[in-house]
Ligand binder design. Structure first.
Ligand SMILES: Cc1cc2nc3c(=O)[nH]c(=O)nc-3n(C[C@H](O)[C@H](O)[C@H](O)COP(=O)(O)O)c2cc1C
Length: 200
């Protein structure tokens, strides 16, 4: 138990995590399998109602990233109404997976049956993905959660080979921050504006 981070350290880690875009990652520097496995294992220690553990991680590296990029472009082209189609989005879908050494398709695998509502299994996966991002941040990696609408299409689900009730909730891009990157800043509203105290 001595290795457990202090509250101060954990709080600092949570606040340090930022979304690091693939363009700000070093696409040539690989992430070792052992580290990736540890990060994914940390993800699985998320709370899960009924211990259904509804997460599945489909990890794309090397040439698999190109197949992912090509599939996203194809599904985007096929499923986007003409008046919503954007050439810049299409281009990014082709580029992003190649800028980052690891792209994880994060899936909610429906396991709860009638007992656990779908939303709770999605929530459990979201908890897992925050664990994943914090673990990656602690290791010095950058990470970025992307959720283009095409993730919800039947075509993309079929390509991932996930079940009809399963749902890809996001792509997590992981990679070492590029040399010289200025760590992004972000802001949050004061917590008082989000809190209502009921003490009496
Ligand atoms: C469920 C979820 C989906 C997200 N999808 C996208 C996305 O599609 N594109 C994007 O640029 N950022 C996406 N983000 C990341 C947010 O834009 C980011 O967390 C927010 O801007 C705050 O920045 P920070 O992560 O650096 O604190 C997503 C975050 C969550 C939690």
């Amino acid at each position: 138990m001595q290795d457990i981070a202090t509250h101060t350290q954990l709080s600092a880690l949570i606040r340090h995590r930022r979304s690091i875009k693939p363009v700000d990652m070093d696409g040539m520097r690989l992430v070792g399998r052992e580290l990736l496995t540890q990060i994914l294992e940390d993800a699985t220690w998320a709370p899960t109602h009924g211990l259904t553990e509804p997460w599945k991680f489909i990890v794309h590296q090397g040439a698999a990233r190109r197949r992912l990029a090509e599939t996203m472009q194809q599904v985007y082209r096929e499923t986007t109404p003409a008046n919503e189609f954007r050439e810049d989005k299409m281009k990014k879908m082709g580029e992003n997976p190649l800028l980052s050494p690891v792209v994880i398709a994060c899936v909610m695998e429906r396991r709860g049956g009638a007992k656990i509502p779908e939303v709770e299994e999605i929530e459990a996966v979201a908890c897992a993905l925050q664990n994943l991002q914090l673990s990656a941040t602690a290791a010095g990696l950058g990470c970025y959660w992307s959720s283009p609408p095409l993730l919800g299409t039947r075509e993309f689900a079929e390509w991932l080979q996930i079940g009809a009730e399963d749902r890809c909730v996001g792509l997590i891009y992981l990679g070492w921050p590029r040399v010289g990157l200025n760590w992004p800043r972000s802001v949050r509203q004061p917590v008082e504006t989000k809190t209502q105290w009921r003490d009496d």
